[in-house]
Design a protein around this ligand. Sequence first.
Ligand code: ZN
Length: 314
Amino acid sequence: MTDLPARRLLLVHAHPDDESINNGATMARYAAEGALVTLVTCTLGEEGEVIPPELAHLAPDRDDTLGPHRAGELAAAMAALGVTDHRFLGGAGRYRDSGMMGAPQNDRPAAFWQAGLDEAAAHLVAVIREVRPQVLIAYDPNGGYGHPDHIQAHRVAMRGAELAAQADFRPDLGASFAIGKIYWNCNPRSVVEEGFARLRAAGRAFPGVASVDDVPGVVPDAEVTASITVRAEHAAAKSAAMRAHATQIAVDGPFFALSNDLGQPLFATEHYRLVHGVRGAADGEREDDLFAGVAGTSGSTATAGSARNEEAAT
Ligand SMILES: [Zn+2]
């Protein structure tokens, strides 16, 4: 524990690729600044649709080997982002991709959608108590767009944060730890609309164009509390990480498409809503650092020594 970096960021995602699409630039920035960036992915994404025809045999109705393949894609994406701590909730293959809402795969006993909440959250509690993150990034209660695994990932993240702070919950999983700030992923409506205008002006990069309603977590601009801007190299790392998820994402410059072939803007600036903790920016202003206001973490040169002081003081 004493060897932990001063700043520690935890992200909880449903499938390999969600982290790069939602938070790739943020992850690259904080990893480069020396923060510990820990990614917990809840399923292997076994039920995803496969884009490259030559990999179609991986699909669940054929070889059913998409899960291990996507674990490899995730490892490559993390290398692109400079993130070394990535784990699967309960270990790889513990929970299976539940498929889209209403699909028969929702009802499989191994599906993440069927997981007992506290049982699944306990796996996250162990991670939280080990890495003691000051900041957690999760989905909103709708999971951004209603996918059962994203909704469940939201529930597990919030419940895990709650249980990790309770000293009498599973003391065998480590000393209790309270996460200081919790953010939900979001996209400000004006930015998404502007992105689609750019995409339409750029011409036909993809067979079709998605709509604002296809983008997860679109909220009124006023609800956004943090906008994380990054250097060009971190934006490039996000693009490279998305390309590493080749079964799921086709990237073309500042745009990308999922398996529906509908183009979307690729955002280098990522946005968040603070839902727990104290905002580190003046009223009416957005934070530009998720650790803003967290004691002992100012600047990228903060040391483990100051982290110990902070922990001793709380
Ligand atoms: Zn997903």
